[in-house]
Design a protein. Sequence first.
Length: 163
Amino acid sequence: MEIIVRAYREEDLPAMIRIWNEVVEEGAAFPQEERLTLESGAAFFAAQTYNGVAKERETGRILGLYILHPNNVGRCGHICNASYAVGRANRGLHTGEKLVLDCLEQGRLHGFRILQFNAVVASNLHARHLYERLGFVPLGTIPGGFRRKDGYYEDICPYYHEL
């Protein structure tokens, strides 16, 4: 299977929203609790600096996505932030790695100097190993910084990567 990453298109929105909502419903990685509708999802993705989608070249099936946006404003506006979502059925195909690598490039192209992750959940070992393998620097641990769907508070680990 050949996976390509490209900018999202309007026709990708139903698949993007479905995948995003899967991760929100799992309650183990994203801070969001509300599911996106077609209307709220269209507005949410349109508000980002850039959205990338990973798709299977042969079928056009969307496997995952990322959002890229400023992490802050003004004197810290050169720092961006991103979130990644890969559909449950498509995990283990190195889709996340392709999304992160494209995001690093898009961050540079959009004039950002640093990509920062504010809240990587400590138990998200696959993501943490990927980020560290790609050169992200861990900044420590924030105890109990993430409330899981079951109400348990788990540590979060911020990361950054110079672009």
